[in-house]
Write a protein that binds this ligand. Structure first.
Ligand code: AHM
Ligand code: MG
Length: 333
């Protein structure tokens, strides 16, 4: 078997090759990966580390924070703030952006993250993950507004899934690579390159308990899938819903499928449940880099101009032909 590459080797090749990965961005990715290793250790300890359960606080979206949400957030901030590669960070778990303290050198990048996605799965030992996105700081004093850039401006995105294996999935705009944490060596080792999502699929992921709240185009699409071979699609579909976006998207990265968290009538004034900046944009960048597609039902997610840091969005992503079909149903009204 040929020798596998470490994450460091992969990144140095990206620096020397077509991607021309800037050294500061390479350093940033290495530090995020190191933080993910730290989070993986806490996640693995679970009850033994007294890290399960709620922290007795709420985040800006009014969601109860778990102890691990807060631990993961702190690990990412502490790992990243002193290295000199960042101007600021924004997190799903913080009301406002976190500027790099002035006694540290200021860098040119902005880091956004959902420190621990799939919070409802933490206490029940089901896969969860960290999602992150990197933007360039366009200059001036860093503020919440500095982060309000469309997803097309991302220079890097990734996630780390804490499951049976800890796997880091990464794009710097030149395809998608996967790295598995080798616990004995303590390093991420490349286990997939040039990941490609099949254009067609027979598997969908959506929280079916919300069916009665959906809009007509989503109902139509799912209804047609459920009719199976006898219906207009002429094939049987399978359903999966892990309730960790990281784990659901990872399955799609591995074998295809469509993931949807659409707008629904429970919260009519909100565009959706998932967050544009910390969840939808980084996942869209990865999905598109792997040949898939990602829309909010009507528009490419990465082209949405964000109006606020914690903006929400309706999400339809995964295998290209299925995403195009759902989007077409929305456009037909
Ligand atoms: P979180 O960031 O607070 O964990 O919420 C996001 C998660 C996604 O990972 C997942 O797809 C979704 O919420 C599950 O929602 P639901 O419990 O409504 O099915
Ligand atoms: Mg999340």
């Amino acid at each position: 078997m040929s020798k596998r590459k470490s994450l460091t080797q992969y990144l140095i090749e990206q620096q020397r090759g077509d991607a021309q990965l800037p050294p500061q961005l390479r350093l940033l990715i290495e530090v995020v990966a190191r933080a993910c290793k730290g989070i993986a250790i806490s996640v693995n300890k679970g009850a033994l580390g007294d890290v399960l359960g709620t922290a007795g606080s709420e985040n800006v979206q009014g969601e109860v924070q778990k102890k691990l949400d807060i631990i993961a957030n702190e690990v990412l901030i502490e790992a990243n703030e002193w290295g000199g590669h960042l101007a600021g960070m924004a997190s799903e778990e913080m009301d406002d952006m976190h500027a790099v303290p002035l006694h540290y050198p200021q860098g040119e990048y902005l880091l956004l993250f959902d420190p621990l996605d799939g919070s409802s799965n933490i206490d029940v030992n089901v896969s969860i993950g960290t999602i992150f996105s990197v933007l360039k700081h366009k200059g001036g004093e860093v503020s919440n507004d500095s982060f309000l850039q469309a997803g097309t401006e991302q220079v890097c995105a990734g996630y780390c899934v804490y499951g049976p294996q800890t796997t880091l999935v990464l794009t710097v705009g030149h395809g998608v690579a996967m790295f598995t944490l080798d616990r004995e060596q303590g390093s991420f080792v490349q286990t997939a390159d040039n990941v490609q999502i099949p254009a067609d699929t027979k598997e969908f992921a959506i929280n079916m308990s919300n069916l009665r709240h959906w809009d007509a185009p989503v109902k139509r699409y799912i209804d047609e899938c459920l009719q199976g071979k006898e219906g207009p699609r002429g094939k049987d579909f399978n359903m999966r819903w892990i309730a960790s976006m990281v784990a659901d998207v990872h399955r799609i990265m591995t074998r295809g499928g469509i993931f949807m968290y659409p707008w629904d009538k429970r919260e009519p004034t909100k565009p959706g449940k998932l967050r544009l900046m910390y969840e939808a944009n980084p996942m869209s960048f990865l999905i598109e880099q792997a040949g898939g597609a990602s829309t909010n039902g009507k528009q490419r997610i990465m082209e949405i101009q964000p109006g606020q840091l914690h903006e929400r969005v309706s999400v339809v992503m995964g295998s290209k032909n299925e995403v195009e079909r759902v989007t077409q149903y929305h456009l037909e009204g």
